[in-house]
Design a binder for this molecule. Sequence first.
Ligand SMILES: [Zn+2]
Length: 209
Amino acid sequence: MNLILLGAPGAGKGTQAEVICAAKGIPAISTGNILREAVKNGTESGLKAKKYMDAGELVPDEVVIGILKDRISEPDCKDGFILDGFPRTVPQAEALESMGVRIDRVVEIYVPDEKIAKRLGGRRVCEACGNSYHVDYKPTKVEGVCDACGGRVVTRKDDEPATVLERLRVYHEKTAPLKDFYEARGKLKTVVGQEAVEDTTRLMLAALE
Ligand SMILES: [Zn+2]
């Protein structure tokens, strides 16, 4: 099954992608990773991409999709794949379709913005050892101090309230319209993200049946 996971930043796509990979025996493909790999390996599309990157320009969708097509023609994708982080816009989904990449199912993990803001806004990370915490779900024993190493525990720039709001705004403006795009093609299923990861996983696996 060729699958796309949709969801706002912080909705838990990464975790669910891992679970589905294990359950279905299909790889999760991140366009960021395969782009870097293609450039490193000097493939034809990789060299094209490199030209744009060296010029400090965005790699065009057609080039990214070319690299993606190379990747999904590899044997480990014979039973399908999960796309992680692509497409992010309707024009990218259109390009994917017109370049002949078949998508069977699109699962949206829906979590209301207020919950996402709480989840992401409460994340903390240790500056010294990288351990992660959450003020509500996994607090440090002493506020602001890492349990593991005594380092200072801080909020990442990505998780600061203004940044979270901006990431959510961009998601709603650019990425959420993909729901209508795939709904119109009869491919969209929505799973409501639950408090416990395993509960979301159960719903997710049901949505893939
Ligand atoms: Zn630490």
